[in-house]
Write a protein that binds this ligand. Structure first.
Ligand SMILES: Cc1cc2nc3c(=O)[nH]c(=O)nc-3n(C[C@H](O)[C@H](O)[C@H](O)COP(=O)(O)OP(=O)(O)OC[C@H]3O[C@@H](n4cnc5c(N)ncnc54)[C@H](O)[C@@H]3O)c2cc1C
Length: 381
């Protein structure tokens, strides 16, 4: 997908699906802790589930600019669908980078068509955000399969996904050299999912625990080399950081639009509240914040499309800025909406709850700041 007109068409398609198919169900999915399976089917029918997968593997071969644009449109309607979507494409990216030819030829086209949903599983209860300390082990018997034992927490699409990219410990080497990425298929013996998480927001992603009890995984499901988790993970992290940023911009855009509409339509003493300077100030600030974040995001996406950078500051800066921005903007949207906005009758309280999760996932803000600080001070890695 190269031409500007093709990119515009894809964006338009995503906008229409988001508006007509995703937005109408978003509140109910949130309230019922449901899963947007129908919405994902619409994205699959439109060919969007393989957006960044190259055409030889059945995808559209779109660039990062298109990816963030489509993700923003989806998130503007339904943050749950957007997070599942980004997670799926991250898993596709891991397989693309590290998958053996046979796996790539069979698994990727099915994922690109949306017939198989992807997830990735790194977080564990004991290591949390510090993936290098993860405890799930994968031991290989000579010429045999890997035996995986351990558990994961907070996994998006847990139980719903078909293909899980799982971070595992394959040796006792220090640091990341001990870690590898394995693909585990749903239904593999010894692989089960636990209870669904009850959370503040992003409630419709089937976030759950995963358990591996001597789960036997074919050796060809290893992505890259043993100890090669970082080589597989780096391109995934780039996409994850910008995907989270795009979700944040989409949610914030929805909150801004709702606030402008509310400021015009809500009348107090016969006058629209938009007539008050305090409300005007709020929507002005929100609009500047959303636009600044979108520009930064686009700039980071364009930079990614140009190729790897020696010091990848931009994706980290973008994720930090966009996700913190979304919390502030959705908070201001609540203020514009007054008491009505604090009820479940209107979507702004959901926007606020959903935005809140994004500074925790895909590397919490504090870790991003530490990494950025080290990069800027020449201390990384
Ligand atoms: C909406 C959502 C979806 C998610 N989906 C997935 C998924 O699909 N797959 C997956 O693997 N995980 C997923 N996660 C988990 C997510 O990646 C973790 O929540 C995150 O890595 C933080 O881990 P933790 O929650 O255990 O926090 P902890 O590790 O307990 O950290 C708590 C806080 O301590 C601070 N902290 C911890 N370590 C450091 C450090 N080294 N440097 C600086 N500060 C630090 C940070 O402020 C952090 O927020 C999801 C989480 C959320 C909220």
């Amino acid at each position: 997908m190269e031409s500007t007109s093709e990119k515009k068409l894809v964006l338009q398609l995503a906008r229409e699906i988001a508006r007509d198919k995703l937005a109408p169900n978003a509140a109910e999915i949130d309230r019922s802790y449901g899963f947007p399976a129908e919405g994902l089917r619409h994205l699959a029918q439109a060919g969007l589930m393989g957006l960044v997968v190259p055409p030889p593997f059945g995808g559209a071969g779109a660039d990062t600019v298109s990816f963030v644009g489509v993700t923003e449109e989806i998130a503007r309607a339904c943050a749950n669908t957007a997070l599942i979507y980004v997670t799926h494409l991250i898993a596709c990216m891991g397989i693309l980078v590290g998958g053996k030819d046979g796996v790539k030829k069979t698994v990727l086209p099915a994922m690109a068509r949306g017939e198989k949903l992807g997830a990735f599983a790194a977080t564990e209860a004991a290591c949390g955000a510090n993936a290098f300390a993860l405890q799930t082990t994968a031991k290989r018997t000579e010429n045999g399969p890997y035996h995986v034992s351990g558990s994961k927490v907070f996994i998006t699409s847990g139980g719903q996904a078909d293909i899980y990219l799982v971070a595992v410990r394959t040796s006792n080497a220090p640091g990341p050299a001990a870690l590898s990425a394995l693909l585990v298929e749903k239904g593999t013996r010894g692989f089960t999912t636990g209870r669904k998480d009850r959370r503040l927001g992003i409630n419709g992603t089937s976030s759950s625990e995963l358990f591996f009890d001597d789960c036997q995984v074919p050796a060809e499901n290893l992505l890259g080399q043993e100890g090669g988790y970082m080589a597989v993970g780096m391109p995934m992290i780039g996409l994850a950081l910008l995907g989270a940023s795009a979700i944040a911009v989409g949610i914030a855009q929805a909150a801004l639009e709702a606030s402008i509409e509310h400021a015009k339509s809500r009348k107090v003493n016969g006058l629209p509240i938009g007539g008050y300077q305090g409300v005007q100030f709020l929507v002005s600030e929100m609009s500047a914040q959303v636009e600044a974040a979108r520009c930064l995001l686009r700039c980071a996406a364009e930079a990614r499309d140009k190729g790897p950078s020696p010091l990848p500051l931009l994706p980290f800066q973008t994720k930090l800025f966009c996700t913190e921005m979304a919390i502030d903007v959705t908070n201001k949207a609540l203020q514009v909406h007054g008491g009505q906005g604090y009820t479940q009758e209107l979507p702004v309280e959901r926007y606020f709850r959903d935005a809140r999760g994004l500074t925790l996932h895909f590397t919490p803000s504090e870790m991003l700041k530490e990494m950025l600080g080290k990069m800027l001070l020449g201390m990384f890695p």
